[in-house]
Design a protein around this ligand. Structure first.
Ligand code: NDP
Length: 242
């Protein structure tokens, strides 16, 4: 069973911190040449890139021209992980149109920009590829205060399945990973320790998830060994959503 990505180039959006950094490290551990894309935290991305002998590049995934420029400059990309994401939690009646639009742009439309650019730039011609979209269990179960984020993450699942059908004939797989709660900058502040303890109480595996738990699932879906899995949504939540 091959987990070797040694002749492959991987682009990980938001790859410099949190779950993205764990994914960058996991793919580098499989031998991939990893491009760590960041929006604002260049120091974090540079540090991860240095550690894994990859490259950090600034790329705001909501900007189509910037995405196209980054992909062109990178050349053929074999593995694309659409990991960048953000939240803007508010109950619907307090949610502004900007809260809605910004989250849809970052958590859904960005994957359209990157996937289109990567497929056009060489993945289709190479007739091999791996695309993994970072969804969330919230896109499956919903969550109060997260209608924008849940809609975007649910949208990513539909996008994943459509792309899986479009590009399957080229040996390109497209899957989604749906994590439960993982302590990162994204979630710090929105959940108190008591709320986390309550979540753990209802998690069959009895602990919080880690960025490495999620990265392991992404790494598997990016591996040659996962070549007959496409359009799948792999939930990584310790059983919380069962
Ligand atoms: P972090 O806040 O730690 O990291 C988010 C990353 O996304 C950062 O690297 C950030 O880059 C990047 N990013 C945000 N907006 C943009 C943008 N416009 N362009 C490029 N990069 C951007 O979050 P997590 O590691 O927790 O989240 C990673 C993914 O996992 C997200 O898609 C999130 O929705 C998903 N997820 C997380 C869960 C959790 O519990 N943590 C649960 C389920 C899903 P920079 O800092 O440079 O701006």
């Amino acid at each position: 069973m091959s987990h070797d990505l040694s002749d492959k180039t991987a682009l990980v959006t938001g790859g410099g911190k949190g779950i993205g950094a764990a994914i960058s490290r996991a793919l580098a551990g499989m031998g991939a040449n990893v491009v760590v894309a960041y929006r604002s935290d260049s120091a974090a991305a540079e540090q991860v890139a240095h550690e894994i002998e990859g490259k950090a590049v600034r790329c705001d995934v909501t900007e189509q021209a910037e995405v196209e420029k980054t992909v062109k400059a990178t050349g053929r990309i074999d593995v694309l992980v659409n990991n960048a994401g953000a939240v803007r939690d508010r109950l619907l009646l307090r949610m502004t149109a900007a809260d809605w639009d910004d989250i849809i742009k970052t958590d859904l439309t960005a994957a359209f920009h990157t996937t289109k650019a990567v497929l056009a730039e060489g993945m289709l011609r190479a007739r091999w590829g791996r695309i993994v979209n970072m969804s969330s269990v919230v896109g499956i179960t919903g969550n109060p205060g997260q209608s924008n984020y849940a809609a975007a993450k649910a949208g990513l699942i539909g996008f994943t399945k459509a792309i899986a059908k479009e590009v399957g004939s080229r040996s390109i797989t497209c899957n989604a990973v749906a994590p439960g709660y993982v302590r990162t900058e994204l979630t710090t502040g929105s959940l108190t320790d008591d709320m986390v303890a309550e979540l753990v109480k209802f998690t069959p595996l009895g602990r919080e998830g880690t960025a490495e738990d999620v990265a392991a699932a992404v790494a598997f879906l990016c591996s040659p060994a996962a070549g007959f899995i496409t359009g799948h949504v792999l939930v990584v939540d310790g059983g919380l959503s069962l």
